[in-house]
Ligand binder design. Structure first.
Ligand SMILES: Cc1cc2nc3c(=O)[nH]c(=O)nc-3n(C[C@H](O)[C@H](O)[C@H](O)COP(=O)(O)O)c2cc1C
Length: 190
């Protein structure tokens, strides 16, 4: 019997209460609810050293990241908008996919990649999502048709007496379900 699809989520920020990390967790929860196994690599689990193509040494975070991505049947990436694009921490983590270049499955080849962006306003939501999708395309991944963009100023996950925004959580869940669905479809055509 085949193992359930394994979905890896990477992203978030080191900020306590990170919106992008909560969004990532919500998307993975939805993937788990439809039978996937999941692994969340939040900001504290991502490599802090810059990716260096000239050095073979890898930190334990980098090894764990590359190992998870190598085994993944689908990936979800959640980034804040930093100055109109994806954060350095998340881009640096993605740069470690270079270690997958020599694999039988190169980079994100044939994998559904769910994209989530949190920003303080709509302009950076659009530009950051477009740049994240361009990166996924460069890595031969398949960005899911639906992506979630969250306005962190509106506190989508609530707090201080404010309720969470059900529509924002559902948007994250939709990303998780689409990645899970694609992973299953991919198996059927193999
Ligand atoms: C260095 C930095 C740059 C940012 N640049 C932008 C930006 O260009 N546009 C924007 O809408 N928000 C910007 N923000 C706000 C963050 O994108 C937003 O607060 C995001 O939700 C933070 O994610 P987090 O809650 O996961 O930490 C910036 C924040 C930081 C710290």
């Amino acid at each position: 019997m085949q193992h359930p699809p394994f979905i890896v989520g990477l992203g978030g920020t080191t900020r306590p209460g990170s919106t992008s990390e909560k969004a990532l967790a919500a998307a993975l929860e939805a993937a788990a609810a439809v039978g996937c196994t999941t692994q969340l690599l939040g900001a504290s689990a991502l490599p802090l050293e810059p990716y260096d193509p000239t050095r073979p040494e890898r930190s334990s975070q980098a090894v764990a990241l590359v190992d998870a991505l190598r085994r993944a049947d689908g990936v979800i990436i959640a980034t804040p908008a930093y100055h109109g694009g994806i954060s350095g921490l998340v881009k640096n983590a993605i740069d470690f996919t270079e270690d997958l270049r020599g694999d039988a499955r190169v980079y994100f080849d044939g994998l559904a990649i769910g994209c989530i962006v949190s920003a303080d306003g709509p302009q950076a939501m659009g530009s950051t999502l477009a740049s994240l999708r361009a990166i996924v395309h460069a890595l031969r991944g398949w960005p899911t048709p639906f992506a979630a963009t969250l306005n962190s100023r509106e506190r989508p996950f609530g707090g201080d007496g404010q309720p969470a925004d059900a529509a924002a959580i559902e948007a994250c869940a939709m990303v998780g379900r689409q990645v899970a669905e694609f992973a299953r479809m991919k198996r059927m055509v193999k």
